[in-house]
Write a protein that binds this ligand. Sequence first.
Ligand code: GDP
Ligand code: MN
Length: 397
Amino acid sequence: MNLHEYQGKDILSSFGVCIQRGIVAHNAQEAVDAAKQLTAETGTGWHVIKAQVHAGGRGKGGGVKLAKSLQEVEEIAGKIIGMNLITPQTSAEGKKVHQVLVTEDVYYPGETETDEYYMSVLLNRGTGRNMIMYSTEGGMDIETVAEETPHLIFKEEIDPATGLLPFQARRIAFNLGLSGLAFKEMTKFVTALYTAYVKSDASLFEINPVLKTSDNKIMAVDAKVTIDDNALFRHKDYNDLRDLREENPIEVEAKELGLNYVDLDGNVGCMVNGAGLAMSTMDLIKQSGGEPANFLDVGGTADAARVEAAFRIILKDPNVKAILVNIFGGIVRCDRVAEGIVGAFKNMGDAINVPIIVRLQGTNADIAKEIIDNSGFDVQSAVEFQEAADKVQAVLN
Ligand code: GDP
Ligand code: MN
């Protein structure tokens, strides 16, 4: 689950990570009120208005602006809220901005030299360890830094059994070129950040930039936080943080139906039980020259209701030109699945408007094939895996 910057910062702050403070606003008037409150609490004179969408590169797209007066807060917030923000990380249509974060300005006025660092915490799947990746080259495209000056990116691997050790936090502060108070503040920052990452069951923290202020405070100015969906049951209070407006609507609906669905760019819809079979089905479609339109694991109980729900979800994607059903009848009998498919045709009528190829293997596969072949609907059966893929290709051409 991806979070907005303000939500990510709230989580960081709850674990003692120092952040640039801010208040969310949904319209220009709320933004002015937020600015007044921040001035009262922090003494800040200037404010930064930041679009809250699930995409990075907001600054480049005009979604992060400095306001030097309350009038500018009102003007800028009014302009950003409701705009379609296009950044290097959004689609060409951009993302609609529903809310902004009004923050204190932490880049002190008149300051010419600011120190911005890059820092992320993530899992290194290769070593099975957590990793803090960091660089002196913050505030800009980390991808460009990685490409052109890879020696400026450091990695600290952390054994999950011991956690981040004090010498590691010191090494990070040292590699960032810090000394004195800033050095001490950085070790505190890194330690709190790592604790927050583990305790919140995050799968990614990306803080770009981490700022060293002119009075040597270290703080998170931006926060990209992803929480591991598989751990959400341990964090009931995080469920409210999901912003469905930012997610793919078909995926949201599939999730509500208990289907494991990921939208892709191709034209062959796939309905499969089991993630492994789903992936090999997608591979085969690709090898046969097609492109999968989705990943869909209907799960162990591929009964009539689920089969019909899955058809409805797949057909919401207008790019789908054919559907390949590839189900192994182990727990569920193939004839039951076949009856489910025929039932879906009866219930859905013209809504099923693309050819369907069905491969059912396992218990009662032969009976299932008979049911499909005698159904009278536009559905073909296949016995072998390759045969199924070839039949898909034939209907596409
Ligand atoms: P992103 O573009 O989506 O990564 O959004 P960021 O939160 O990183 O903000 C973009 C840029 O805005 C940062 O790299 C900073 O240079 C700038 N910025 C953020 N906060 C402040 C602030 O308090 N004062 C000033 N002057 N600039 C800021
Ligand atoms: Mn950023």
